[in-house]
Design a protein around this ligand. Structure first.
Ligand code: SF4
Length: 405
């Protein structure tokens, strides 16, 4: 999952304005050809394959296995986008791969929008013409270290329709394939000319509804692109029977639960899908995740003025967390306004009072500074601007044109 609220509100030290200016990105970079018809799952994509799989592929084409290592380097270090750019490989091997229908699996950038605080939103146009958002969030610490967080999408749109979410309002088309998740990180590295240090699965979509692809992408990001497991966070509003499955993989990544309410009744109003997953069952699964992995569970709480931001809600939240779990942390996220939403952002005073009420009850809490308010910061907002209605799988490519420009 991801709450759009998460997307551009990563914990901050100091915004990197100078980097944003240096990027001087303000608009379109669309060199793409028109959309092709919807892609069904096609396994002949190089991006996402492990070194072993690439070695096997090379030998299947009559090459020595070290060619597979070269392929791995070209994909993940050189970041070549086209098989004909693999200049280290014999022409015959390149031609053979292409003739057999293999491709790298990188999508063209459709739009890039930078906000004054350095956050950069990228719209990628997938092979079937659908658009996904990915966000790069730079943070420069006072001691000089630099962190670049990629907030990646896991689905085209989202079927869960949380009440405050731009992505949910934009509808749902399909799950992303693993390479379509991985390529988001590579696109951010290309724009920033810097390694991505952290990945949060908090962009468009609910990761637990596409768990296999998310796990495959997680493996690739960890093993092939060499981003530490502890540097990655998987976020969810909660999908029954998936958290325990995730826990069984014993990843060293943080699980972030988009909670948004201290009780079932209020939660169902904000997160309609919560009806199928009672809060006590969700919290029991979070406990299991902590026991299986030893990793603290993080609880995301979007503060909606007058809805869930009272100190009485904070007291109820603290009591619930103490009742269920050890090793938890609450991230408070003041609502990031979206067009057409009935919700309002709370005043700073209310946010601080809520945080203080949690702290006084010994709950670890942080307040996220919202990033990129001036760049359609909420997850799904930018995509919605360019793709006004959800695209159906059956939509012929020729009908997509007006929606994509
Ligand atoms: S509608 Fe989907 S993307 Fe939006 S907050 Fe809910 S789960 Fe996340």
């Amino acid at each position: 999952m991801s709450t759009l609220q998460h997307v551009c509100s990563a914990p901050l030290a100091r915004a990197v304005r100078s980097r944003a200016r240096a990027l001087s990105i303000s608009s379109a970079v669309s060199t793409s050809s028109p959309a092709k018809q919807a892609s069904s799952v096609d396994s002949r994509v190089l991006l996402g394959l492990s070194e072993q799989e690439l070695q096997k592929l090379a030998t299947d084409f009559g090459q020595q296995s070290y060619r597979g290592k070269q392929l791995h380097h070209l994909l993940y270090k050189t970041k070549a986008k086209d098989i004909q750019d693999f200049s280290h490989l014999p022409q015959a091997f390149r031609d053979g791969l292409q003739e057999a229908g293999w491709r790298v699996g990188r999508s063209p950038v459709h739009r890039v929008v930078a906000s004054a605080d350095g956050t950069v939103k990228i719209l990628l146009m997938l092979e079937d013409g659908r658009l996904i958002e990915t966000v790069g969030i730079p943070v420069e610490h006072q001691k000089g270290s630099f962190r670049l967080t990629a907030c990646v999408s896991s689905q085209v749109g989202c079927p869960l329709r949380c009440a405050f979410c731009a992505t949910g309002k934009g509808g749902y088309s399909r799950n992303l394939q693993p390479h379509e998740i991985v390529e988001q990180v590579l696109a951010i590295e290309e724009i920033f000319k810097h390694r991505v240090t952290n990945v949060v699965f908090m962009g468009m979509g609910e990761p637990m509804l596409n768990l296999k692809s998310v796990l495959d992408a997680h493996r690739c990001l960890n093993k092939d692109i060499e981003i530490g497991q502890r540097m990655m966070t998987i976020s969810t509003v909660g999908v029954p029977n998936t958290i325990r499955k995730l826990a069984s993989h014993k990843l060293q990544s943080t699980l972030a639960i988009s909670l948004h309410a201290p009780n079932q009744e209020l939660r169902e109003k904000i997160v309609p899908s919560a009806k199928a997953y009672p809060l006590d069952a969700l919290m029991a699964d979070c406990q299991d995740y902590f026991h299986e992995t030893g990793r603290r569970v993080s609880y995301e709480y979007t503060l909606l003025a007058g809805v869930n931001d009272g100190v009485e809600h904070a007291a109820e939240l603290a009591a619930m967390l103490h009742g269920f779990c050890r090793g938890s942390h609450v991230n408070l996220i003041p609502f990031n306004p979206i067009e057409g939403s009935e919700f309002r952002r709370p005043y700073k005073k209310a946010v601080l009072a809520f945080a203080a009420a949690l702290e006084s009850r010994k709950v670890t809490v942080s307040v996220r500074q919202t990033r990129g308010l001036d760049a359609s910061a909420a997850c799904g907002q930018l995509r919605n601007e360019f793709q006004k209605k959800p695209l159906q799988l059956s939509t012929p490519a020729r009908e997509l044109g007006p929606l994509l420009t």
